[in-house]
Ligand binder design. Structure first.
Ligand SMILES: NC(=O)c1ccc[n+]([C@@H]2O[C@H](COP(=O)([O-])OP(=O)(O)OC[C@H]3O[C@@H](n4cnc5c(N)ncnc54)[C@H](O)[C@@H]3O)[C@@H](O)[C@H]2O)c1
Length: 379
């Protein structure tokens, strides 16, 4: 049996991470790296040298037509995902597309129908969906040990230096050349928080139908998109989800997803596959994260038996929130007098004193933080 032939579009940037992940699979012939495509020259990756025989292209359509790959990994900027994934599926390839998958519900519906019509799989790179901690949390919710679920909330507080916003033309933007890119804290760096909350809601038998989305979007930096933001989603099932995040942390807090039930609380740290259930004295790190490319390859072999963990269809509620962010009134500016600058040059940080506690406190009460207290117009 021939190894599946993989191609990567967007081979630099985060695509280099995919190339590094592919390298051992290429070495043991689990896959064949058939082609790489990027608008820019392919950068050197000491841990993932371009294998001899791997073709290099600058145009993804030319690549797909020439190479006819079995699987296309799409690791280009968000506004290009829809068209590249659509072209790949229409030409017979299964797709692993990076998060955020698409920028609107129109694009979401379009890709879902192309997947339906062509019978191709479209996996979205929400890698935390492969976390064994999420699976165990879902099983715990199903077993009833938390009692009925009263809310799902997440907060996360990171710091990003000036260089982060200089890394790509779409960094910190809401649109680029008239197209939505939405590099906001909620939809991009903390995309996994939001998606993980919807995945937990699924475990509560929620069908992902949204009744209401309330947003508060702020920016401490001179960017278009939010760097400090929160969303409160009311699902038709009655569940409430709150996600509150910042890239201007005064106190760094890796994102955590908390499930409140009438009999206790569960905490899931998706980055580290951590889980603490009510009876646990401390959090446990669960081994065995399922890699989403491996999951996609297994699904190709046995479509009916292996569930596609990051199936595009699972991401509708996520994209509805992304769309709401784009339709939201301009992101409000936090009063510069409320900010602290740390360091200088490309590594300068902008922090908001008190923000981490404020986000954690609001989210834990299933409320949006009142960030208007930080904006100039409110003084
Ligand atoms: N899963 C994760 O945790 C994770 C982490 C980081 C980034 N990402 C996602 O990965 C994607 C890429 O992010 P990035 O920071 O690497 O972006 P980037 O702007 O650095 O782009 C990556 C590469 O794509 C190339 N490219 C752009 N348009 C192209 C086109 N039409 N055809 C071929 N190549 C093209 C660029 O030249 C660049 O080398 C984004 O969707 C991002 O959100 C996911």
């Amino acid at each position: 049996v021939n190894s599946p032939r993989i191609a990567v579009v967007g081979a630099n940037g985060y695509g280099a991470h995919h190339r590094r992940a592919l390298a051992p699979l290429v070495n043991d012939r689990t896959v064949d790296l058939a082609a790489l495509c990027d608008l820019a020259p392919i950068g050197d990756e000491p841990d993932a040298p371009v294998p001899p025989g791997t073709a290099v292209f600058t145009n993804h359509r030319a690549m797909i037509d020439n190479i006819r790959p079995d699987v296309v990994i799409v690791a280009t900027p968000p506004h290009t995902h829809h068209d590249i994934a659509a072209d790949a599926m229409r030409r017979g390839a299964d797709v692993l597309v990076e998060k955020p998958p698409v920028m609107s519900m129109v694009e979401h519906e379009s890709l879902c129908s192309i997947a339906d019509d062509t019978g191709r799989a479209c996996q979205v790179g929400f890698q935390a969906l492969g976390s064994p901690a999420l699976a165990k949390l879902g099983a715990a919710i199903g077993s009833g040990i938390l009692g009925s679920i009263t809310g799902i909330w997440s907060y996360g507080a990171w710091q990003r230096p000036d260089s982060y916003y200089a890394r790509a033309p779409w960094a910190g933007k809401r649109t680029l050349n008239g197209r939505p890119v939405l590099d906001g804290a909620l939809v991009n760096p903390f995309a996994h928080s939001l998606m993980q909350c919807f995945a937990v809601a699924e475990a509560c038998a929620d069908r992902g139908v949204i009744d209401e989305v309330e947003l508060t979007l702020f920016r401490a930096r001179d960017i278009e998109a939010d760097d400090t933001a929160a969303v409160r989603v009311r699902l038709a099932s009655g569940l409430t989800i709150v996600v509150a995040v910042t890239l201007c942390a005064d106190e760094i807090a890796d994102p955590v997803v908390v499930v409140d039930g009438e009999h206790g609380q569960a905490k899931h740290s998706y980055k580290s596959d951590g889980l603490r259930l009510p009876a646990d004295t401390h959090p446990h790190v669960l081994p065995g994260r399922v890699n989403l490319l491996t999951n996609l390859l297994a699904h190709r072999q046995a479509r009916n038996d292996i569930v596609l963990l990051g199936d595009l269809r699972r991401t509708a509620a996520f994209t509805q929130v992304a769309e709401a962010c784009l339709g939201h009134a301009p992101v409000r500016r936090i009063d510069p007098d409320r900010l602290a600058n740390v360091g200088s040059g490309a590594e300068r940080l902008v922090t908001i004193p008190g923000i981490t506690a404020m986000l954690r406190d609001a989210a834990s009460h299933l409320l949006l933080p009142d960030l208007t207290t930080l904006s100039r117009s409110s003084r």
